[in-house]
Design a protein. Structure first.
Length: 120
């Protein structure tokens, strides 16, 4: 059965990048938050330099930085139970899960198809 789109961006904070960069600059500099917010937009290289300093050295196993919480993104995700278990274990997020079902689609493991049992 075909599944719906697996990841849809439903909503986002249009000022999110500025908020994250301002929070990062605030953490790095001796500035009030209002000044940090304006400071990262003063030069074309400013936001990029702050973002590289904040995120550039992170590895795949590093903890996400708290400054990323200053913005929000809402996604509609369709995934299997195993992927969901891994996803919720490794992400900072608020979740609103639906009941587990095949109503949004399902996949048949390749070995079952190879055994001729895919249709069943």
């Amino acid at each position: 059965m075909a599944s719906p789109t697996e990841c849809v961006l439903v909503d986002f904070d249009s000022e999110g990048e500025d908020k994250i960069l301002a929070a990062a600059l605030y953490a790095l500099a001796d500035l009030p938050l209002g000044s940090a917010s304006g400071g990262c937009r003063r030069s074309p290289a400013g936001p990029r330099r702050i973002a590289e300093h904040l995120l550039g050295k992170l590895g795949s196993h590093d903890v996400p930085l708290r400054e990323l919480e200053h913005s929000s993104y809402t996604f509609d995700l369709t995934m299997d139970e195993g992927a969901y278990a891994e996803f919720k274990r490794h992400r900072m997020m608020t979740q609103s899960p639906q009941m587990l079902s095949a109503n949004l689609g399902y996949s048949v493991p390749r070995l079952i198809v190879d055994a001729g049992l895919g249709a069943a």
